[in-house]
Design a binder for this molecule. Structure first.
Ligand code: PA5
Ligand code: NI
Length: 182
């Protein structure tokens, strides 16, 4: 039997994926500032809020193929509000997704099509099922970096407009070390 090296090198805990089909995205505060409730005037817009690494394997049009990736979120606060991802539903809402906590402390916010909102705690070793109809957003509530892995069908797509049209009704703040959901 031939034993091969993996076709990508995974260092989830180090927050790195390398390989032949890696795409990375970086969100800085300037990309997200409008989404925060109380951004001050003196904010450093260059601050990196989160990075997304993804490994896109095979034909992106072939239903059944899977992507996987990693989100790395920094412990940034903006006007006391915890760093959060933009959030989305899947363009093909029949496509579900799995998130898995790798490091740090966070919340995974959900909102269903009727506006029902809930959250799950994210920590190293946690697993989260995401129905494709549920809007999902990660929040870093910890004092360190939050790292979350994900696996989703290549045909899922990201619908950000839905979340802009139906904003999450809950915001997560950290005041004197305490997490407050408002
Ligand atoms: O596929 C996913 O749901 C994740 O990889 C997210 O894209 C990632 O966490 C970043 O969030 P968003 O795409 O909402 O900015
Ligand atoms: Ni998703």
């Amino acid at each position: 039997m031939k034993i091969m090296e993996p076709n990508a090198v995974h260092d989830f805990y180090g927050g790195v994926i390398t390989g032949t089909a890696v795409k990375t995205g970086v969100k800085r505060l300037r990309d997200m500032i409008g989404a925060y409730k109380e951004a001050g005037e003196a904010e450093d817009l260059d601050r990196v809020m989160y990075e997304v690494y993804s490994f896109e394997n095979g034909d992106p049009a072939q239903a059944g193929n899977l992507n996987w990736g990693l989100t790395v979120m920094y412990p940034e606060l903006v006007g006391g509000e915890c760093n959060f991802t933009r959030g989305h539903v899947h363009a093909d809402q029949s496509c579900a997704e799995i998130y898995f906590g790798l490091d740090g402390q966070g919340l995974l916010l959900f909102m269903d099509q009727d506006g029902g909102t809930w959250a799950e705690k994210v920590r190293r070793g946690s697993l989260h099922y995401i129905d494709g109809r549920w809007a999902h957003r990660l929040v870093n509530t910890g004092d360190g970096v939050l790292k979350v892995g994900a696996c989703w069908p290549v045909t899922a797509g990201h619908d950000y407009q839905w979340v802009e049209d139906h904003p999450f009704p809950v915001r997560v703040f950290k005041k004197n070390g305490e997490i407050i959901c408002i």
